[in-house]
Write a protein that binds this ligand. Sequence first.
Ligand code: SF4
Length: 283
Amino acid sequence: MKKIILAETAGFCMGVALALRKLDQAIADKDDAHTIFTQGPIIHNPQVLSYYQQRGVFECTTHDQLSASTLVVIRAHGIPRSLQQDIAAHKAPIVDATCPKVKKAQLLIARNAEQGRHLLLFGEKDHPEVKGLVSYATAGFSVFEGIDEIESLIKKKKGPFFLAAQTTQDKEEFEAIKNRLHKTMPDLPIIDTICTATKERQEEALNIAQQVDFMVVVGGKNSGNTRRLAQVAGSKGTPCCHVERVEELPLEALLGCKTIGLTAGASTPENVIREVYQTLIKL
Ligand code: SF4
């Protein structure tokens, strides 16, 4: 008989669940005179986005669409400050569904930048959350993706600096970066913006991966935290697949396994996880 181990941390994190609750509430409160847009995809999951499209909620593609009768719900990853100001300038009411942890990071960055400090941000240059965070760094910013980039970066830029990270970055690598920078800048202000939900999910996935023949990670292909989760789950050599939907499961490979681990990214809905779980059970 096959054994399936389902991760306890699989599925929505606090920030995603809260953003969807706010969007659901906005839909429930809406009258016929209003339209709801999201600024950016509310979360990174295609099934969730299509569910909301069926309920008449679409992503705002241009601010020409906005007026006092369009409600704008801000995505869980947050948005750049200038976009938010532009929405307000169109008199469109705003529901801010930015995750509280991302919001806190934005505000702490703004506070440090007010003291004339240049932000050194450990994060993915093209990630929407990063684009939002750096918009609060009014005294300049540099984004870097790993410890190897940091030395050459600070030689090119002028301090004083402060250090922060995208909420979903690797805590251990951030510690190593902090230690490296402390050697030359012992007074460097550091704001700890990494969210432990990501770390806990990664640790559990790694732990399960070491007990099973195959790991399945479910979630959007455009979800950064799901992609990283799949990398972590497969990092010790256990075969691992990242699927967005049940049809993508590699059934042939799974049939030969006695134990299978299952986890999911922070933006994966419960019904998708359940569907994959039921299919694995039936194998
Ligand atoms: S992973 Fe953490 S920071 Fe990101 S949305 Fe979820 S709770 Fe917020």
